[in-house]
Design a protein around this ligand. Structure first.
Ligand code: ZN
Length: 411
């Protein structure tokens, strides 16, 4: 019985520490009195929590609030040097690694091309080599490393940190957490790329004030992160959000998806679909700047190159983005009708062409949504663009630190 009371007290203390730290993270600079008023905790509890957060070097005092009558109050903010975070975005054809301080400012990063056909061992070794350099960059600044967040396409077993199935990588049952923690000694979090991106938007991006939004991560695939009632919705097994494989445009003649089915939404709206549209348009010998640009740059057809052509006014490039935008919007309309979100945020590698797709996305959403639902939703591009799941990988580590401040190793 006594043990239970101690456990409960420890639990309540951790909850309150987390509450205070989160408030300071989101609203700094704040005074102790403001924290007490906003959290409903009494002033002496707040003082004790703040002392512990100061002692753990997670926050620091900064100046004072001289507004109003009475004694100026000392203000608190997050200590940027509280620690650093390593974020990894294991894309289908690239790997990005970044290191940030505790508030999420990137001070080191690297992106390399990767080839999943060379096998998972090679791609994981390539990623580990970059992670080791990232750790050195963090340590050089004298920071403790709070953890490593890894965003990956596909379904993830969160408890075990195992990538269950990534259709576009053709990977099954990869124990990513075990592999990365054994090699780095770090606390490792593995999360689906779109879910990670949703956490990133809620912590750092344009959804800080939103309780109901959908993150759409678009690139080789299309993944969704559902943030509902103020929380990431994971589903029974953590696999919710595989929106790209919904058969909303199913036609038996459609070319197969990497998941093995036909008619999956993502095969109409992902980056390959745009490349295929360009090939089809060039085959009928329309005039386009694209073949000349490919020859000059000695580069294959890619989204950045098509975007460049669109910027130069190429009608085939602009038309292909618009067609994919209509297909994207048709899928989004289904989600909007289902879930009545406040916002849909589009991020990922395809979002670099977002400005060309957005008008047709909006056209399709307006056409296919029930008017009273469609008019309420705002569809926006992520400010993080292609980096939205990399920022999300960082956000899941920060979110854990904010939830469990006493688990952070003391220095
Ligand atoms: Zn599929």
């Amino acid at each position: 019985m006594e043990l239970k009371i101690i456990t409960d007290q420890t639990f309540v203390r951790e909850q309150n520490l987390s509450l205070a730290l989160r408030r300071i993270y989101n609203e700094a600079p704040v005074s102790r009195a403001q924290l007490a008023a906003e959290t409903g905790l009494n002033k002496s509890t707040v003082s004790s929590l703040v002392e512990e957060l100061l002692e753990r070097q997670l926050i620091h005092e900064t100046g004072s609030n001289s507004k109003g009558a009475g004694r100026p109050a000392t203000l608190l903010e997050i200590n940027p040097q509280a620690g650093c975070i390593i974020g990894v975005d294991l894309g289908v054809d690239f790997v990005s690694v970044a290191v940030t301080d505790f508030p999420g400012n990137i001070f080191w990063r690297r992106t390399e091309k990767a080839d999943p056909t060379e096998g998972q061992e090679k791609m994981i070794d390539q990623t580990l080599a970059i992670v080791r350099e990232a750790m050195t960059a963090g340590k050089r600044k004298g920071y403790r490393i709070l953890g490593l967040g890894l965003a990956t396409p596909g379904t993830v077993d969160l408890d075990e940190g195992v990538l269950i199935f990534a259709p576009n990588l053709h990977w099954h049952n990869i124990p990513l957490r075990q592999k990365f923690s054994a090699q780095t000694g770090l606390k490792v979090f593995v999360e689906n790329d779109a879910n990670a991106a949703a956490v990133g938007e809620h912590l750092f991006g344009i959804a800080r004030q939103s309780t109901d939004f959908i993150m759409v991560f678009a690139g080789v695939g299309i993944g969704g992160g559902f943030f509902l009632n103020g929380q990431l919705y994971r589903g029974k097994n953590g696999y919710a959000g595989e929106i790209g494989h919904s058969p909303i445009m199913a036609e038996p003649t459609q070319s197969p998806c990497h998941c093995g089915n036909r008619g999956c939404w993502e095969t109409y709206a992902n980056q390959y679909s745009i490349i295929q549209r360009i090939h089809a348009r060039l085959e009928v010998k329309r005039t386009s700047l694209i073949p000349q640009m490919m020859a000059e740059q000695n580069a294959p057809l890619s989204i950045p190159l098509i975007k460049q052509a669109a910027d130069a006014g190429d009608t085939e490039a602009i038309g292909s983005f618009a067609e994919a935008g209509l297909a994207m919007g048709r899928g989004l309309a289904t989600l909007v009708n289902f879930l009545n979100p406040e916002k849909i945020i589009i991020g990922g590698p395809l979002s670099v062409a977002g400005s060309y797709m957005l008008p047709s996305i909006l056209e399709a959403v307006n056409r296919h949504c029930l008017p009273e639902i469609g008019q309420k939703v705002s569809i926006e591009l992520s400010q993080f663009g292609a980096d939205s799941s990399l920022i999300g990988a960082i956000a899941i580590v920060v979110d854990d630190a904010l939830s469990n401040p006493s688990h952070i190793e003391r220095r």
